[in-house]
Design a protein. Structure first.
Length: 223
């Protein structure tokens, strides 16, 4: 099977249908939406980095562009990079580990050059600012210096509440304002913790055949 077709099959399996720009809460950085993005998007877990990268992929696909999204390149070998310069947009998500891996650095350097020479777009996401990542290959470090560095930001309180309602709707149930207020006052307020709690509520609601109420939240939090 041609590698481009194989990569497209991987893409179809990995992009979440609900990860769209319409569903993204927070500010979409302008640098990610230009005609030819060349961006490193970094920030702590739970700030919507993966959602936004996939949303950009959906937007490009809707314009009949060929896109490739690698959600965790650390789980494969550098051979996956072969021929990826053929795509109009390449997105590497959770890239911290491979950037520090010496076996990936030369293939990445050559891929960056091929993408740039062919006028392609590149979006990379990770937890750490790229210039703080231990990249041993000087030429690759210079490529990262030339990229735009955009930090993912936390949602404000209203946006976090909207996120809870949105995730609950995706699971097929509604959260009352009272439940949301209780969660926000008792749970860690970072986005990852809030979503982890909501995932647990959805599981327990289904397992126990119960509505998501304050008593169920209290049980899950062991309060």
């Amino acid at each position: 099977m041609p590698e481009l077709v194989t990569s497209q099959l991987l893409l179809d399996l990995e992009l979440r249908p609900e990860a769209t720009l319409t569903n993204f809460l927070g500010r979409v950085p302008r640098e990610l939406t230009v005609e030819q993005p060349w961006v490193y998007y970094w920030g702590q877990s739970g700030t919507g980095r993966s959602h936004l990268l996939q949303a950009i992929c959906h937007a490009w696909q809707s314009n009949e562009k060929r896109v490739m999204y690698l959600p965790d390149p650390g789980g494969v070998t550098p051979r996956i990079l072969k021929n990826l310069h053929q795509y109009d947009l390449l997105c590497l998500d959770e890239a911290d580990d491979v950037l520090r891996d010496a076996s990936w650095q030369v293939p990445l350097f050559h891929l960056f050059n091929e993408l740039r020479d062919n006028g392609r777009g590149l979006l990379i996401a990770g937890r750490t600012h790229p210039l703080e990542t231990r990249i041993s290959l000087p030429d690759l470090r210079s490529r990262f210096r030339a990229m735009s560095h955009v930090e993912a930001t936390e949602l404000d309180e209203d946006e976090k509440q909207m996120l809870l309602h949105q995730r609950a709707s995706r699971y097929g149930f509604e959260l009352t304002d009272q439940v949301v207020a209780y969660v926000m006052s008792r749970c860690a307020r970072d986005q990852q913790s809030l979503l982890r709690l909501l995932d647990g509520l959805a599981h327990e609601s289904l397992r126990q055949h119960r509505r998501v109420t304050i008593p169920l939240v209290r049980e899950l939090l062991n309060l």
